[in-house]
Design a protein around this ligand. Sequence first.
Ligand code: ZN
Length: 449
Amino acid sequence: MATLFIADRAVIGGLARGETAVLEDGGEIVAVGDPHVVAEDPRATTATVVRWRRKAIVPGTVNAHNHSFQSLLRGIGDDLPFLAWRDRALYRYSPRLDAEGMATAALFAFGEMLLHGVTTVCDFYYLNAGGNDHASATIEAAKRLGMRVVMARCFYDWDGAPASYRETVPQAVSNFQALHARYHDRTRRRVSVQPAPHSQHGASAAMIEAGAGCARDAGVPWHIHLAEEQYQVAQSLERFGARPLHAVAKLDVDLAAMNVVHACWFDEGERALLAERGGRLAYCPGSNMFLGDGITDVVDLAARGVTIGLGTDGGCSNNRVSVFDEMRACALLQKVARTDGQAITAEAVWTMGTTGGARLLDLPVGEIAPGLRCDLVAVDLDDPSLWPEQALAKNLVYALSSRAITDVVVDGDVVVADRRLTRVPLDEIQARVRHLTSDWSRDEGADAS
Ligand SMILES: [Zn+2]
């Protein structure tokens, strides 16, 4: 059954326009334009009509990097140095989670994201416990909510991390292949499975090559954290005799299929190499600021033609889950880094949070156009954060309050209506989070060092 969405305004191709209709059939956008013209499409005659008065339709945003379980740790390890945060919050509580806990974390993280207008999330997933039960529970939670998900299944073998993170190379490969075979959806693209060798410290050279090899075999991108903290550059020079990207480039991997996460400390040579080899960046400005990591030179990377997407990163290193927030954070951080208010524009960061993320994840989403999947967000034009209305496109980036986000559509299905999740009651998610984390505390974490 087709659906015809009509709103008083829309933002398409980064530009605001007047009354607009979007017709979807089977989750695919089949027509966009003036409501009178779209109404003449034969598929519109039997379509369900959703009329959004005093609202604007914009593309669903794409969260290119997240760790869903970390939402459970929000507030528990804040204001600590990176290694203390990791040891006291992450390594302490994450091994306690079972498959049901993972489902709770995913319902929480993804449910909150939907309410903030995120329609696609890439979950970089390293709590695999040697199998696929946890990742499967996470995917099932996304399906229950109606969210589009990319499961970036981690390849991890560093023995300094909890045992539940680690696998051998053959285990990681066969588990990835099994998960990919079970869930990767080539038609509606609601679920994708992509490999994610964790980082230079979390994955050995053999593990990174195995992850990139699985990506090549499956015809999908792969993900890796690189140069997030300054010490990681020193560590790479010491262990591999080369800076992070140069060290990875020496391996048997395809950089054109690679999504680098963070890259805060890439030097000019690494930025040039990333551009030259067609690698892409998942940029997490909110998390980088929260953890005091550093400032990726996004303006330079963009000028070199590198495709950039935006990620919120985990819920305990941001601590927000909105890609609209990341657009704003990205612009502000780049402007202050260069002490130049014109260093980057609202249009540039809007592209990163929508089509940029879609390109990273190799998904036909991020824009409102025929042939793409129908992922939409409706915003309330009567919300003061979007006034004056003639500056709608700029205001969505710099001024939008999440309060203005009213409805969310994923693959043609309305998954948020009038600011409420339609598939899973928020009360249920709240009760599950409360139950699961009732004995978790900052103090216990702090004592654990
Ligand atoms: Zn990450």
